[in-house]
Design a protein around this ligand. Structure first.
Ligand code: ADP
Length: 490
């Protein structure tokens, strides 16, 4: 099968969060299974160019329709750890992708609207005819709309589209200008409840809704979240649309790439370890303490890695820090936020805790340090308000780090409470709490810390249970292939 992934992120070259990991990991798995996979990305100035092998211009003369004009683009090709990637570089004074960060500009809708049009124009002009186009989140939601409304009429009738929702909080709600820019035009046609009209703001277009309506199949990143998006307020206003299209909608749990996240082979950790050599994990704990200037004492390290966003439960993260420090633990945080208010909030907290020898907050993005934290911590918290899948809990488990998570989305599908899960003991792998408040979080942290100090043998068993879990791309890869085959046959 020939599959083209079109996305705004791909790890490790252009990664903001889990979306990047998924685009890379799924592509790799599909290739291992004998499929031909190509990835199309914007050519950002802030990418990790050190992870692209053999980058060269392959298409110097791509002209993309935009407004009533044509925009000149170059297309580059390079390998990202073996994956075939095309990078689109528009030559425009607005410098859409040369702004030092990936997201967070006022014209993000325009930037990614352009990217969608350019990706399809590139496929059309270069004669690419994939069986499947797989696009992701609101940034590439216009791909199926443009394909079925413009490119099919030009003869591009073969590709089928799978569209994955990674985060419904960001839907690309925008104005009619995007229609004239992309060449879709006809606002009276698209501003319709059955097409792109936002379900609440009747004068606005909702790109994610358009992606859902026009794709052949829509997935989200865990079965529980698929249910939540149809039956709870976690639909972010798209519940009715998903209900209408429920026959082409389902949840497939994300995998993680065990080539990247594996304590047996990880080049970023000083001491490799596995389930039979668990003591070696503690050499990493020592190095993590040195790195973070934490004192050497018999205490567990609890950590948090992730975006600092309200979705992630920032007030609970703060509460976890103080609860850990008050209950004989150390705490390490690695995170950043594009929101300056939240960033300032954590910078203040960092300054406040600066002299504390049991605590280290690292504000920023640091892929290498993330590996060391997964390997050197004893527990990791994920107290999210909502979490479509969540990767950090799955990565933590692979490194024998016990996850403490809230009972939502993919966290519920992957973490099974040591005391309360309806699972045999050997399948329990962490701690889970329900209430999105301090007491809820404490109920799980209290039990986890208690087990660590009072029943070390059982804590170690829980660690090995977690390490035995298989959250590789193996099963999800097969599920996606089943979806692809299903929509090709239809
Ligand atoms: P989301 O996609 O909502 O951001 P996920 O849990 O699905 O959250 O994925 C987060 C991914 O991003 C993980 O691979 C995690 O290790 C990584 N990550 C998040 N923040 C940072 C950071 N500040 N530094 C390094 N890696 C980070």
């Amino acid at each position: 099968m020939f599959i083209t992934m079109i996305a705004s992120e791909c790890a490790p070259v252009a990664k903001v969060g889990g979306l990047g990991d998924v685009v890379f990991g799924l592509s790799r798995e599909l290739e291992i299974r004998g499929n031909d996979v190509e990835i199309i990305l914007p050519k950002y100035d802030c990418m990790r160019y050190d992870h692209i092998y053999g980058l060269q211009e392959t298409y110097s003369d791509l002209w993309v329709p935009w407004f009533d004009d044509m925009v000149h683009c170059s297309v580059f090709f390079g390998f990202v750890h073996g994956r075939k990637c095309f990078f689109i570089d528009p030559h425009l004074p607005q410098q859409y992708f040369n702004r030092g960060i990936y997201y967070g500009h006022k014209d993000d809708d325009e930037r990614f609207g352009f990217f969608c049009r350019a990706a399809l124009e590139f496929m059309w002009k270069s004669g690419k005819n994939p069986d499947i186009i797989h696009c992701h989140d609101w940034q590439t939601a216009l791909i199926p709309v443009l394909l079925y409304e413009i490119y099919q009429n030009m003869g591009m009738t073969h590709p089928r589209v799978c569209y994955t929702l990674h985060n419904l909080k960001h839907q690309g709600v925008t104005g009619g200008h995007i229609l004239s820019e992309t060449g879709l035009n006809r606002p009276e046609y698209y501003l319709h409840y059955d097409r792109l009209q936002d379900n609440f703001n009747l004068h606005a277009l909702n790109l994610m809704k358009g992606g859902i309506v026009y794709s052949n199949f829509v997935t989200t990143v865990s079965p529980k979240h698929a249910w939540e998006t149809r039956h709870t307020e976690q639909d972010f206003g798209l519940g009715h649309t998903l209900e209408i299209h429920h026959q082409k909608f389902g949840g497939i749990l994300n995998g993680i790439d065990y080539d990247v996240w594996n304590p047996e082979t990880d080049p970023h950790i000083p001491q490799k370890f596995d389930i039979n050599h668990l003591d070696k994990k503690y050499d990493n704990k020592k190095v993590l303490r040195n790195h973070c200037l934490l004192r050497e004492e018999f205490k567990p390290i609890i950590s948090y890695i992730g975006r600092l966003d309200h979705q992630k439960g920032v007030h609970l993260i703060k509460h976890a820090i103080f609860y850990a420090l008050a209950h004989g633990c150390q705490f390490v945080l690695l995170g950043s936020s594009p929101d300056s208010e939240l960033n300032d909030y954590f910078w203040n907290l960092k300054n406040h805790l600066n002299n504390n020898e049991d605590c280290h907050l690292e504000i920023g993005y640091n892929e290498e340090l993330a590996h060391l934290i997964y390997a050197g911590s004893d527990m990791m918290i994920v107290p999210s308000l909502f979490e479509p899948c969540g990767l950090t809990q799955m990565i933590a488990m692979k490194y024998g780090t016990i996850p403490i998570v809230r009972d939502v989305g993919g966290l519920s599908d992957t973490v099974f409470d040591a005391d309360h899960a309806h699972k045999p003991y050997e399948e329990r792998n962490g701690y889970v709490f329900s209430d999105f408040n301090d007491q809820g979080l404490e109920s799980a942290m209290y039990r986890a810390i208690g087990l660590y100090y009072s029943y070390p043998k059982f804590f170690r068993e829980l660690m090995t249970n977690a390490m035995r879990c298989d959250y590789s791309w193996n099963l999800p890869g097969q599920h996606y292939l089943n979806v692809y085959e299903h929509i090709i046959e239809k």
